[in-house]
Design a binder for this molecule. Structure first.
Ligand code: NDP
Length: 293
């Protein structure tokens, strides 16, 4: 009986940094023919031994396959590398982190050169690539046809989440989620600082902190409902007026513990502004509107 293996889409990958190398290994492990190129050729040597074809130039790598994945340092390096290549009729998938405006400009730039374009924002670190249970995924935006065509191949290194035809949306989702993460890290830093000088083991404190953050995270769903309806007073459990009344306790505790309030104070200032504008019966959704200039 003859075996008829499903043809795996050949992939070209430009950029073999920490992330690019992880992507390369995932496609190789899944049996995709892979052509790679990196500015510093030495980084390709191990992958060559694992079965990748190493191109001598970016132009040669782009010419090798229709699907061209780019994972370089930043948008400037993408421009530098792709400028010397022929992008006509290529399916360019750019996984390089950038701003939404950079993604939109890069999409128009690629289209001008005859390519189709999809932008990506990687929500994973290299160790999560090729490890489905790690939960990493990539936001994609841009050509819906391109996403559908390569969905299976793109799903090999990590999950795929398509967020719209606007090429800037993947970057916007990426940065929005990471911005929220920094807010969470800022809160955690303040919490650790409060207990830092006491006889409290940070290792015992950490699970309490993590569990609390997880318990509070679903509050974003109510924020979303409020933003959608425009009524910020529905099902409010902790009115802004009550929360603002409590802020001196937080600031006094910080002072007692010798901790700078510099991470908390800007948020409290926004809460007070919203209260002064008459938002006392709302929860914290009104802060969103204060930030949108
Ligand atoms: P690295 O710093 O490890 O690698 C950078 C890559 O870009 C290398 O291949 C480097 O080539 C290349 N490069 C830089 N400048 C130029 C240039 N001017 N011309 C040609 N090539 C250039 O970064 P990562 O691989 O970790 O990250 C790649 C992308 O993935 C980034 O946009 C990053 O934000 C994103 N990302 C990374 C994550 C991570 O945890 N690592 C997580 C999520 C996204 P050379 O080897 O020659 O220096």
């Amino acid at each position: 009986m003859t075996h008829n293996p499903v043809e795996k889409t050949p992939v070209t990958l430009l950029g073999l940094g920490g992330m690019g190398t992880a992507l390369a290994r995932a496609w190789l492990a899944a049996g995709h023919p892979l052509t790679v190129w990196n500015r510093t050729p030495a980084r390709a040597a191990a992958l060559a031994a694992e079965g990748a074809h190493v191109a001598h130039s970016a132009a040669e790598a782009v010419a090798a396959n229709t699907l061209v994945v780019v994972c370089l340092l930043d948008d400037a390096s993408v421009g530098e590398v792709l400028t010397g290549t022929d992008l006509a009729d290529r399916d360019v998938v750019n996984l390089t982190t950038g701003t939404p405006a950079q993604a939109r400009a890069r999409a128009a730039w690629a289209l001008d050169r005859g390519a189709r374009y999809l932008d990506g924002g990687i929500m994973a670190v290299p160790g999560m690539i090729g490890v489905p249970e790690a939960g990493g995924y990539v936001f994609y935006s841009g050509s819906p046809e391109l996403f559908e065509r390569h969905r299976t191949t793109l799903g090999v290194p990590a999950g795929t989440t398509y967020v719209g035809e606007d090429a800037g949306f993947a970057a916007l989702h990426d940065v929005a989620l990471l911005s929220a993460m920094y807010g969470m890290f800022a809160g955690a830093a303040h919490a650790f600082a409060l207990v830092r000088r006491e006889d409290i083991d940070p290792v015992a404190f950490a699970p309490l902190l993590a569990d609390w953050l997880v318990a509070m995270a679903p509050a974003v769903h109510q924020t979303a409902d409020h933003l959608r309806t425009g009524d910020y007073t529905t099902d409010v459990a902790s009115p802004l007026a009550m929360q603002v009344a409590g802020t001196p306790t937080f600031l006094s505790t910080a002072a007692e513990q010798g901790v700078s309030p510099e991470l908390l104070s800007p948020y409290f200032a926004l809460m007070r502004r919203r209260l002064a504008e008459g938002g006392g019966d709302e929860d914290l959704t009104g802060v969103v509107d204060l930030l949108v200039r």
